[in-house]
Design a protein around this ligand. Structure first.
Ligand code: SAH
Ligand code: SF4
Length: 402
C-alpha cells in the first residue's frame, strides 16, 4: 500500500530501508497507454469506457489504490489489482527546505531502490503567473559518471519504468491539490540520464503532455541531457515541443572529457550540432546548462570558448554554481566569477541567466540524498578519487586548446 509520509529523515529510518531486491512484475498503471488499457478491458469482456473511467481516477483524481476507484465493479478492481500497480512509489519521505519553497521527496521503489524528485515553487511576481516546477528522476543512479554529480558517484543501478517516472509527478500533484495548486512544469533533471532511458522517458513525457492523461503542455516539459547524440536525434525526428536542456559545462573538449565523460563518445561539437538540429526542427530554443566550478571551468578563456561555440545559435545559457558534493575536491565558483562569465556570453549576444541553487541544505543537486544512503565509500577511496580528479583536471587545464 503506498504511503506518503512527511517526516524528517533520521539515520535509523534510512538504514531500515531495504536494499535492492526482487521486482513486482505487475506494470504500473501510469505507464499504460490508453489504447493498451482499452484493449485489456475488451479482452476481459469489459466495456471500453471502463478504461476511460480508470484513467480519470488515475490522472484526474490522483488515485494510488484500486480501492479508491469506488465506482468500478469489485470484480474489475480485483482484476486490475492482479494485473497492475496503481502506484509504483512504495513509500515517500519529504524534506522541506528554502522556507517551504522547495521540497524534496525520496521515493522508495518496489525493489528498495531510492530515487529523488524535487518541487520548486515560484510565487507569482512581476506579472508572471505562479509556477510549480517538479524535477524528476529517470534512472536509479547514472552511468555517465560526471565527477561533480552525486548520482554519477552512485554509478548505474537501473532504468526507471514509465510509470515510476510519471508517478513522481502524480505524487506532487496530490501534494499540491489540497492547497489549490497544481504542477505547472516538469523537468527531467533529477537522477539519471533521460536519453539513456529514452523510450520510457518519451512514454512518460507523452503521458504527462496528453490531454486525456496528465494534460501538461509539451512546452512545460524539459528533457535534460549530458549529450547523448542518438537520443537527441531520436527526439528531433519526433519534433515534439519539449524544451531540450543540454548539460554543457565546458566548450573545450579536453576539459569536457573530464567533466562529462560521455564527451569521449559524443564530442561536444557533435552534441551542439545535434541540439541545433533539434532547435531548427522545433523552433525551440536550447537551454545550455553550465555548472561552474571554482578554478576549473570558470576562467575567462572558458567563457570565450563557450561564446565562440554557441554564438548565433538559438540558445539560452544557465550558469549554476556547483553544489558541493562530498567526493570532490571542488568548490562552487564565487559570484563575481559567475557574473564575469555571464558578461562574456552576453557580449556575444547569448541570453544568459545566473541561477541560484535551491534547497542547498537538503542536497537538492541531483542524487545527493540517495547517494548519502548508498554505502559510504571509505575515506581512502574518497581520497584516491579526489587525487585522480585533481590530476585529470590539472592535465586538462594545462592541455592548451584541447
Ligand atoms: N543526466 C542529465 C539530467 C540529470 S542531471 C544531465 O546531466 O543533464 C541535471 C542537472 O544537474 C545537470 O545539468 C547536472 O549537470 C546538474 N548537476 C549535477 N550535479 C550538480 C552539482 N553538484 N551542482 C550543480 N548542478 C549539478
Ligand atoms: Fe548522470 Fe547527469 Fe549526473 Fe552526469 S550530471 S552523472 S549525466 S545525472
Amino acid at each position: 500500500m503506498p504511503a506518503d509520509t512527511l517526516s524528517s529523515i533520521s539515520a535509523g529510518a534510512l538504514l531500515a530501508m531495504p536494499r535492492a531486491g526482487a521486482r513486482d512484475t505487475r506494470p504500473g498503471l501510469a505507464g499504460m497507454d490508453p489504447d493498451a488499457l482499452a484493449a485489456w478491458m475488451l479482452e476481459r469482456g469489459e466495456a471500453a469506457y471502463r478504461a476511460r473511467q480508470v484513467a480519470d481516477f488515475l490522472w484526474d483524481r490522483g488515485a494510488v489504490s484500486f480501492e479508491q476507484m469506488r465506482t468500478l465493479p469489485a470484480v474489475l478492481r480485483d482484476g486490475l489489482e492482479a494485473a497492475f500497480r496503481a502506484d509504483t512509489l512504495v513509500e515517500t519521505t519529504v524534506l522541506p527546505a528554502d522556507a517551504g519553497l522547495t521540497e524534496k521527496a525520496l521515493h522508495r521503489l518496489d525493489d528498495g531502490r531510492l530515487v529523488e524528485s524535487v518541487l520548486m515553487r515560484y510565487p507569482a511576481r512581476d506579472g508572471l503567473r505562479e509556477r510549480n516546477t517538479v524535477c524528476i528522476s529517470s534512472q536509479a543512479g547514472c552511468a555517465v559518471g560526471c565527477p561533480f554529480c552525486a548520482t554519477g558517484e552512485l554509478g548505474f543501478l537501473r532504468d526507471l519504468e514509465t510509470a515510476e517516472i510519471a508517478d513522481q509527478v502524480r505524487f506532487w500533484r496530490r501534494r499540491l491539490a489540497p492547497l489549490g495548486d497544481r504542477v505547472t512544469n516538469v523537468v527531467f533533471m533529477g537522477m539519471g540520464e533521460p536519453l539513456l532511458n529514452v523510450e520510457r522517458v518519451l512514454a512518460a513525457a507523452a503521458a504527462l503532455s496528453d490531454r486525456r492523461r496528465f494534460g501538461l503542455g509539451a512546452r512545460h516539459i524539459t528533457l535534460s541531457t549530458s549529450g547523448v547524440v542518438p537520443g537527441i536525434e531520436r527526439l528531433t525526428a519526433l519534433r515534439p515541443q519539449y524544451t531540450l536542456a543540454v548539460s554543457l559545462h565546458a566548450a573545450r573538449p579536453g576539459l569536457r572529457d573530464v567533466l562529462v565523460p560521455l564527451n569521449r563518445r559524443y564530442p561536444v561539437g557533435e552534441v551542439v550540432r545535434a541540439a541545433t538540429a533539434y532547435a531548427d526542427a522545433t523552433g525551440r530554443r536550447i537551454s545550455y546548462e553550465v555548472v561552474l566550478i571554482d578554478g576549473i571551468n570558470d576562467t575567462p578563456r572558458d567563457a570565450a570558448e563557450m561564446a565562440r561555440l554557441l554564438r548565433g545559435r538559438l540558445a539560452h545559457v544557465n550558469l549554476i554554481p556547483m553544489n558541493p558534493v562530498a567526493h570532490t575536491p571542488w568548490r562552487p565558483s564565487p559570484p563575481e566569477r559567475l557574473a564575469a562569465f555571464a558578461e562574456v556570453l552576453r557580449a556575444a549576444g547569448l541570453a544568459t541567466t545566473i541561477r541560484r541553487n535551491r534547497g542547498l541544505e537538503i542536497g537538492a543537486a541531483c542524487g545527493q540524498l540517495a547517494a548519502e544512503q548508498a554505502e559510504a565509500p571509505t575515506p581512502a577511496a574518497v581520497g584516491r578519487r579526489r587525487e585522480r580528479l585533481e590530476r585529470e583536471s590539472a592535465a586538462a587545464l594545462a592541455g592548451g586548446g584541447a
